[in-house]
Write a protein that binds this ligand. Structure first.
Ligand SMILES: Nc1ncnc2c1ncn2[C@@H]1O[C@H](COP(=O)(O)OP(=O)(O)O)[C@@H](O)[C@H]1O
Ligand SMILES: [Mg+2]
Length: 372
């Protein structure tokens, strides 16, 4: 096992025909320190550079600048096969003409390891994954979920220092994705191998990672525990990317008239509780008030914590429902409320904001969170 450290890692893909003249700067300076045995998830929208980071750790892409260390060794110029990492790809990349047994043992065979030793390791890994009955089949005779396990098995038998996963569950249906996700987590708890896992799915990131790296446009936005990424998003991007349904935003400013308030652009005013005194640093600044749909209630009476709204649509979700409303001034919001509320489209309502739990982001290029 090993720690993985990235320092100022950049990747500029060379220019391609029809692309920008200077090439594409896919990764713009990423520094991460991943501890020995840690499970870290890189998450972000498609094209933000996740796979490129992972492929640079694997050695499948050269790095344009910076340093990558695995264990105590700088691996910038080390060939992929000598890095002691095993990667599982989205498409699994199994050899179609080989049996599961041969697929799983192939990397060890290439290393010249003795047949009996390979057989032992393949048997052990197949037991771990519950695929012993599949060993003599070829990939064409396996379901998507079974192929996924074989791909993981192939990585396990190599006993690498680091596992690298690139969207390994994307090809599975929703139900299988959830059960396989739990299996990967329990596998990591047993093997405790340092793992870097890439996904665009924020739910997968939150459920799997000890820590989560939220990326956007080639840059790390936040590297933190799932709890903090959700509860203390570092900037507006993280706030909007993590959580379903997405966070609502209302533009306005923080005012201090004895007590702190949020004054929306549409004229409404919401009072912050005394506990939010730390927001005083943002008085006068234009901000976005971030409000998760679960922090909203629909009530009858107006107060200093409510906004006037009209119900647009209602989406029932079993125990809860998502109610989409339009505020005075035309702004839209979504509230997640109990299913038994009597709400119909066109109805006028007051939206009560749990001001204690709101997030405040500066309305500038960084859109950083204001603490307090
Ligand atoms: N081989 C390549 N040549 C040129 N550009 C590439 C190449 N691979 C990826 N890119 C570009 O780099 C950016 C990041 O890609 P990628 O790392 O695959 O993102 P992600 O995995 O987050 O979806 C994208 O703009 C993508 O188009
Ligand atoms: Mg990718």
């Amino acid at each position: 096992m090993a720690q993985v450290v990235l320092e100022g890692v950049r990747k500029v893909y060379p220019p391609t025909r029809g692309g920008p003249a200077g090439g594409v700067e896919a990764v713009k300076g990423v520094s991460l320190s991943i501890a020995d045995g840690e499970f870290v998830v890189l998450v972000g929208p498609s094209g933000c550079g996740k796979s490129t980071v992972l492929r640079m750790v694997a050695g499948l892409e050269d790095i344009s600048a910076g340093t990558i260390r695995i264990g105590d060794r700088v691996v910038n110029d080390v060939a992929p096969k000598d890095r002691d990492v095993a990667m599982v790809f989205q498409n699994y990349a199994l050899y179609p003409h080989m049996t599961v047994r041969e697929n799983m043992g192939f990397a060890l065979k290439m290393k010249g390891i003795a047949k009996e030793i390979i057989a032992g390791k393949v048997t052990a890994a197949s037991k771990t994954l519950g695929i012993e009955e599949l060993l003599d089949r070829k990939p064409g005779a396996l379901s998507g979920g079974q192929r996924q396990r074989v791909a993981v098995g192939r990585a396990i038998v190599r006993e690498p220092k680091v596992f690298l996963f690139d969207e390994p569950l994307s090809n599975l249906d929703a139900k299988l994705r959830v059960t396989t996700r739990a299996e990967l987590k329990s596998l990591h708890q047993r093997l405790k191998t340092t793992t870097i896992y890439v996904t665009h799915d924020q739910e997968e990131a939150m459920t799997l990672g000890h820590r989560v790296v939220v990326m956007n446009a080639g840059l790390v936005q936040q590297f933190d525990t799932p709890l903090n990424v959700f509860g203390k998003p570092a900037n507006r991007f993280v706030g909007s990317f993590v959580g379903t349904p997405p966070m609502n935003f209302v533009l306005g400013s923080v005012k201090d008239a004895g007590s702190l308030t949020f004054a929306s652009d549409a004229g409404a005013s919401l009072a912050f509780p005394a506990s939010r005194g730390g927001l005083r640093t943002a008085v006068g600044a234009t901000v976005q008030l971030g409000v998760r749909p679960t922090m909203l209630r629909l009530v009858r009476d107006a107060s200093n914590a409510t906004l006037e709204a009209t119900v647009e649509t209602v989406e029932p979700l079993g125990e809860q429902m998502d109610v989409h409303v339009t505020l005075k001034g035309g702004h839209r919001m979504t509230a997640r409320v109990p299913i038994d509320m009597n709400v119909t489209p066109g109805m006028a309502t007051q939206v009560e904001v749990d001001m204690e739990r709101t997030h405040v982001f500066r309305e500038d290029a960084q859109a950083a969170r204001v603490d307090g």
